[in-house]
Structures are given as structure tokens and as C-alpha cells.
Design a protein around this ligand. Structure first.
Ligand SMILES: Nc1ncnc2c1ncn2[C@@H]1O[C@H](COP(=O)(O)OP(=O)(O)O)[C@@H](O)[C@H]1O
Ligand SMILES: N[C@@H](CC(=O)OP(=O)(O)O)C(=O)O
Length: 441
């Protein structure tokens, strides 16, 4: 049995729905289907999830919600009408509108997946199973036991089901949303619960590419990679597979394939536990990164004799809910990195709190830093790799502000100015290509 997840781009319009049906019909082991909310298409530049976020914003600001609600409804009703499936969606849409001023954020934003799954289930002739019945959370995480019991009970009656991704239910029956891109997580959890033979993750690219195709033209595909390597790449920002989706499949060693709905015959990328490295020629597995970091450097003379400073700094960060990666430095200071985005809304107040509360010599703030990581399982055997890349970036006049090689020994990270982000990825990609060609047989 296979669990198959279709991302927003795979269900963006009626053409995409037809492709999904052809894929499902081509293999009767594709019994458990997870869908995201309808995503972007050529005609529709906005994901349904973002339209719902916009609806919520309009509601909260007291603006007119009717226009945006109408365009949301129209997208669903158009797919239904074009597919000619006799599904009564109007009742669901009315219920959402009725609930709009009293419902929670998680309920509202999850309705994109809910309605898309209803459409898909009807179109495929599969049973619609609301995620609130089978994706059960408890206070401190996901409840695998309760979810499995509920799921097996339903599957004893219905083999072929469609489950909306991206959300589940809390003990108090309220809807709980997952992180953005969370349908990947739903699919991975369902594959875990059902001990699936394979988890197929269908998207709009033919697998995981060595670098973001929006930055590197004709980037090579990664044919096979380990859960560990994918974890590093996802953590560093490749959007194609949600980082939190790796653990559920990794735990049960369920092979996972990233496949292209628009080119279903393409082989895609296979993710597994271990790889025969004899046949793996690549030295750098992949390159990924993110922009918009702030580097905060704390200076304190003989910091190693004032260990309490570290404790104070960390507790201030915690108080402001700052998500930070810590980069130890020398005797007289250390740095940490924070993303300047919605994950750290209190960054500025945390910095001013640090300035006022800790007895520091100096705080240096460096904004608009991009991190670019080269992931390679061979890093521990090739310590010179980081140096070679640095040399290459230096020759290209890219100013590298920091280098981090982590304990995992799977990736080396280069901090550059945001403005140099794309160029850095292109240069490391070129270096990776050169390396592959120049590697001794
Ligand atoms: N290294 C990479 N390999 C493949 N795709 C990547 C990579 N980095 C970024 N992407 C982007 O991820 C997109 C797919 O992810 P996403 O938009 O979440 O798809 P879906 O709608 O199927 O969930 C691709 O269209 C591509 O632009
Ligand atoms: N619709 C949600 C969840 C998701 O997984 O979407 P997608 O498969 O389109 O990345 C989001 O936009 O975050």
C-alpha cells in the first residue's frame, strides 16, 4: 500500500485534478491520498492558504470580507463544475462564512485543505476522511496511538481514502494547524501509521534538485539521498519537502519518493535510510539556503570567566521567544543567528533588552545576512572542501562573513550578504560540478 500526497501545485486547477486521477488509476496500491489546498497556477498567482490568511486579515481589520470570500468560493466551485461532479459544496462554504467571526485561526486556514480533499474524494470515488478524525494531537505532540486506532477502524471499512493535509485535531476537538508546507507532514505521518510500502510526494518538479531551480538553471536532479541529508537540506530551506515530515518516515524507514505530477514517468528522487556510496559519485549532495538573518555578536572580555553572561543572554532570548542558532566563538565573545521574519517578531525588543540588562562590553549587530549550506556526507573525510569553496567564493569577490561547520559533519554553512545570496548558490553549484568532474576515479 502506498500513501500519496499531492501538493498545492498538483491540485491547482481542473487540469491538475485530471492528472492526479490518472496517476491514482495507474497503480491500485495508491490507496491513501493526502491533498494540500489548491495552490498556484498560471491563472491564479495566489495559494488558497494565502487567500484564507488574507480573508482573516480583512476580518480582523473590519474590512469588507465579501469580495475575498466570493473569490475563494469561486475557485472551489469552478473546479467542481468543470469536473462535473455532483458535490454540494455550498453548504460547507456557507458554514465557513457563518463561522467566520467566531472561529479560530487554525479552523479558518485549514478550510483550504478540507474543501480540496472533499472535491478530490468525490472525483476519485474515494471516501473523504476528515483529518480531525484521524490526525489526533495531544498536548505535547502527535498522538500516534490514538490516531492509528482511529485510522485502522476507518480503513477496515474503506480501503481507499482521501485525507486533507496540514491539520489535525486537539484533545478538546479544536482544529490544530501544522507548519506551512504541513501536508508533507500529514502524508509522512499517515505512511508511518499504516506502515506504507512507499510514501509518494507529488509536486511540480521532477525530484529534489541540487539547487533551487529558480536560482540555478538546469540544476541536476538528486537521484537518491538519505533521510539525514534531506533533513539538512530541508532545515536549510529547500521548500520542496517540509523538514518535520522526515522523522515519521525515517522512524519506520519508509522509502519516500519526490515525483512530478506534470511528468509522472520521470524517476524523481528516492529518499532512504542508507545508500551504497560506491555508486554515489557526487561530493556535494545539494545546496540550500535562506536570506534575512541577523547575526548578533556579544563581546565580553574573558567571557569564559563570566559564564553567567551566557545564561543571562539565553534567558532574555527565551523570554522574547527568539528562535536562534548559537555559534560559539572565542574567549571574548560569541554570536548567534536569528531569522528576521515572523518567526522572531520580538527581535528588536530582545536586542534592546540585551543592551540594557547584561553587563556586556559591546553588542555588534549585522543584518541582512544570508546563509548558504553545502550538504555533503563526505565532509568529515574531506576537510579541505570548505577551504576550496571559500577560495572559489573569494575569487568571485564574494565577501564571506562567517563559516560554520557543524558537529553533524554533514554541512558547511557560509554567511554572506543577502545581495550575494543567489550568486553564492550559483558559484557553489559550479564548484560542485567541477568537483564531480575532477574527482579521481
Ligand atoms: N532544491 C530544490 N529542488 C526542487 N525544488 C526546489 C528546490 N528548492 C526550491 N524548490 C522549489 O520547491 C517547489 C516545490 O515545493 P512546493 O511549492 O511546496 O510544492 P507543492 O505545491 O507541490 O507542495 C518547486 O517548484 C521549486 O521551485
Ligand atoms: N496549504 C498549506 C500546506 C501545504 O503543504 O501546502 P503545499 O503542499 O502547497 O506546500 C501551505 O500552503 O502551507
Amino acid at each position: 500500500m502506498k500513501v500519496v500526497k499531492f501538493g498545492g501545485s498538483s491540485v491547482a486547477d481542473v487540469k491538475q485534478f485530471r492528472k492526479v486521477k490518472a496517476i491514482i488509476q495507474a497503480d491500485n496500491r495508491r490507496q491513501v491520498v493526502v491533498v494540500s489546498a489548491i495552490g498556484k497556477s498560471l491563472q491564479q498567482p495566489i495559494k488558497m492558504t494565502d487567500m484564507l490568511i488574507e480573508l482573516e486579515r480583512a476580518r480582523d481589520l473590519g474590512e469588507d470580507i465579501n469580495e475575498i470570500f466570493e473569490s475563494i468560493s469561486e475557485r472551489f466551485l469552478k473546479i467542481r463544475d468543470d469536473l462535473k461532479i455532483g458535490l454540494v459544496l455550498e453548504k460547507d462554504l456557507l458554514e465557513i462564512k457563518d463561522n467566520l467571526f467566531t472561529c479560530s485561526h487554525d479552523y479558518l486556514i485549514s478550510r483550504g485543505e478540507y474543501l480540496t480533499a472533499k472535491l478530490m474524494a468525490k472525483y476519485l470515488g474515494y471516501k473523504f476522511v476528515d483529518a480531525s478524525l484521524v490526525m489526533i494531537f495531544k498536548e505535547n505532540g502527535f498522538d500516534y496511538g490514538a490516531s492509528k486506532r482511529a485510522l485502522l477502524k476507518i480503513r477496515s471499512k474503506y480501503q481507499n481514502i482521501v485525507v486533507p493535509g496540514f491539520y489535525g485535531v486537539q484533545i478538546d476537538k479544536s482544529i490544530q494547524l501544522m507548519a506551512r508546507g504541513g501536508s508533507d507532514i500529514s502524508g509522512a505521518i499517515l505512511a508511518n501509521l499504516l506502515d506504507a510500502k512507499l510514501y509518494e510526494n507529488w509536486t511540480d518538479v521532477s525530484g529534489i534538485l541540487m539547487a533551487d531551480p529558480r536560482i540555478v538553471d538546469h540544476s541536476q536532479k538528486i537521484d537518491i539521498l538519505s533521510y539525514e541529508e534531506l533533513q539538512e537540506l530541508s532545515y536549510m530551506g529547500i521548500g520542496v519537502f517540509q523538514e518535520e515530515a522526515i522523522l515519521p518516515v525515517r522512524k519506520k524507514q519508509i522509502p519516500t519518493k519526490i515525483l512530478n505530477t506534470n511528468d509522472p514517468k520521470a524517476s524523481g528522487t528516492l529518499v532512504v535510510g542508507s545508500i551504497d556510496r560506491q555508486i554515489e559519485k557526487r561530493i556535494i549532495t545539494g545546496i540550500a539556503g535562506k536570506k534575512n538573518y541577523t547575526v548578533i555578536t556579544i563581546k565580553k572580555y574573558q567571557l569564559n570567566r563570566h559564564i553567567e553572561i551566557l545564561q543571562q543572554v539565553l534567558s532574555i532570548l527565551q523570554k522574547h521567544h527568539i528562535v536562534a542558532s548559537y555559534v560559539p566563538s572565542g574567549n571574548d565573545g560569541f554570536s548567534f543567528l536569528c531569522q528576521q521574519d515572523s518567526s522572531n517578531p520580538n527581535l528588536e525588543s530582545a536586542i534592546s533588552n540585551l543592551r540594557n540588562s547584561c553587563n556586556l562590553d559591546k553588542i555588534i549587530i549585522n543584518k541582512n545576512i544570508a546563509l548558504v549550506a553545502a550538504v555533503s556526507w563526505q565532509l568529515s573525510q574531506r576537510p579541505s572542501l570548505a577551504g576550496k569553496i571559500l577560495d572559489f567564493l573569494d575569487n568571485s569577490r564574494i565577501n564571506v562573513k562567517l563559516v560554520i561547520q557543524e558537529g553533524s559533519n554533514m554541512k558547511v554553512i557560509f554567511g554572506v550578504n543577502d545581495a550575494d545570496y543567489e550568486r553564492t548558490i550559483v558559484k557553489i553549484y559550479q564548484e560542485a560540478e567541477f568537483y564531480k568532474l575532477s574527482k579521481p576515479a
